[in-house]
Design a protein. Structure first.
Length: 305
């Protein structure tokens, strides 16, 4: 690949950062030298980012980050028509790099990372409780055979679901998964902290599984919700059949976009009755602004999780 070719890079690492504000300033300055676009989150607990730049620039970023934080998980992907980049470059300091709401979580307790082949064995094992740690709107469009849904609206509800539904005396083996792996880092650490020792997590998440698994061997059913302009991907990681309501962020089928309450960028049947006229007007103005930006720049791609 030519060094000037642009690519997408996603990464995360849970590591204690004593001075996230200082790190932000230094990472922001470095990113500007390589014309970086995208978003990087920093917190006392670590770093999480999705960015785009030239191959050469991203390789410099990898070296820069590894010199600061040691080895970490990097995921490379191609730039295509559905995912062409970000409008701007941001480095933000947040309370958490993945919003979970549990303080003092021991991240050394994370589950055992397993590959696609081992994952299939776990899914097929009737003694293993398989948990989809994602939210209900993600699960509704695709999940693994036999997986249990926590029926959450947000990841912050997951700890309460664990407390109310998992019993170490009954659930001795637990396997969990998410889109790209990062949510399972916190979810598995929390489950182990509740007294369940045999906890497994799908390495690289659903996206890595789909990349590594032939259709004939797959336990995956449906499509996978992703945090970019594709909205969903099929088993071949091509753009799926869903679009998205840009007001409430829910994935929508073609039929749902024909509903009388659907207005692109403004509302759909699921959020229309929850909006005020003022909100709908604000969303409409935002949609007009986004359309004007798309004509002069490139669509955004939110953080991959």
């Amino acid at each position: 690949m030519h060094p000037s070719a642009r690519r997408v890079l996603t990464f995360y690492k849970f590591i204690q950062l004593p001075s996230p504000d200082q790190d932000r300033d230094e990472i922001e300055a470095f990113g500007e030298t390589i014309a970086l676009k995208g978003t990087i989150l920093l917190a006392l607990e670590g770093i999480n980012g999705t960015v785009i730049a030239s191959q050469e620039g991203l390789e410099k970023l990898v070296t820069f980050l590894q010199q600061r934080y040691g080895e970490m998980t990097f995921k490379w992907s191609a730039v295509n028509e559905e995912n062409r980049g970000f409008l701007r470059y941001k480095v933000k300091v947040k309370p958490e790099i993945v919003s979970f709401g549990v303080s003092d979580l021991d991240m050394s307790l994370t589950g055992e990372h397993v590959n696609a082949q081992r994952w299939n064995e776990l899914v097929d094992d009737p003694d293993v409780l398989v948990i989809d740690t994602r939210n209900h709107y993600e699960i509704d469009i695709g999940t693994f055979d036999q997986a249990v849904s926590p029926e959450t609206e947000s990841f912050r509800e997951f700890p309460q679901w664990v407390e109310e539904n998992l019993d170490p005396s009954k659930h001795q083996k637990v396997a969990m998964f998410c889109t790209g792996g990062i949510r399972c880092e916190k979810a598995s650490a929390y489950v182990r902290a509740q007294g369940i020792d045999e906890v497994f997590q799908l390495d690289g998440g659903i996206l890595q599984y789909l990349e590594d698994t032939e259709n004939a061997d797959s336990r995956w059913q449906g499509e996978c919700f992703v945090f970019d302009n594709r909205v969903t991907v099929d088993h071949s990681l091509n753009k799926g059949k869903y679009d998205q309501c840009h007001a409430c962020r829910l994935p929508l089928t073609v039929e749902q976009m024909l509903h009388e309450k659907y207005v692109k960028g403004v509302s759909c049947e699921f959020c229309f009755d929850q909006q005020t006229p003022e909100q709908r007007e604000r969303f409409a103005q935002r949609e007009l602004q986004m359309l004007s930006l798309i004509h002069i720049s490139e669509p955004t791609r939110p953080l991959y999780i």
